[in-house]
Design a binder for this molecule. Structure first.
Ligand SMILES: [Zn+2]
Length: 197
């Protein structure tokens, strides 16, 4: 194989869910079988990189200052589901069980890995709370030490406010996040959320 092919394969292999064999197949498909598709993919990637950004309010992906969920007046904007990553939000949306809005932290507190409050999308959440924009935080963080530490950090910040904190987790696999839960499990986890404090 050629150096350019190998470089493409290496890049593809870095993508989530793509192994060595898949990377090889995709690289050959794009370079040899379907070069027109390659050109379309390049153009689509460039356009997406230009237009997609983080929602200024919640951290979800967006093409404007605010994402579609934050702009939707039919949703309860005072009920915030706090998730670690955008795919968690997508999983909850797919379950259809939640009609509030979100806040995406883009990670969880992990001192061992050098992730402190400043590395997460926390400032904006604390602002939303301080501004009185929130009635309830639904903590949908993973059931591990780091998820627990993040929940604890957030609930400490709620002291002296009227914001209620609840935690989902009922039925979710221990150590797992919301990403790997099926829609039915997520629905019951959201409906069965418990007060957290
Ligand atoms: Zn948003």
């Amino acid at each position: 194989m050629t150096p350019a092919f190998e470089k493409l394969q290496q890049q593809l292999k870095r993508l989530p869910g793509v192994g060595f064999r898949s990377a090889e197949r995709i690289a050959l498909h794009l370079l040899v079988e379907k070069p027109t598709q390659l050109a379309e993919l390049v153009a689509t990637l460039e356009a997406a990189a230009q237009s997609v950004r983080r929602c200024e309010r919640c951290g979800n992906i967006s093409e404007g200052p605010h994402c579609a969920i934050c702009s939707d007046e039919r949703r309860d904007q005072r009920l915030l589901c706090v998730v670690e990553h955008v795919p968690d939000l997508v999983a909850i949306e797919r379950s259809g069980a939640f009609r509030g809005a979100y806040h995406v932290l883009h990670g969880k507190l992990s001192p061992i890995n050098g992730v402190g409050p400043d590395q997460l999308n926390l400032t904006r959440l604390l602002e939303r709370i301080e501004q009185g924009d929130v009635d309830e935080l639904v903590l949908a963080l993973s059931n591990d030490v780091e998820g627990e530490a993040t929940c604890h950090f957030l609930t400490q910040r709620l002291a002296g406010t009227n914001v209620k904190a609840t935690r989902i987790g009922f039925g979710l696999p221990s150590g797992g996040g919301v990403l790997y839960a099926d829609a039915v499990t997520l629905k019951s986890a959201l409906e069965g959320r418990r007060d957290y404090l």
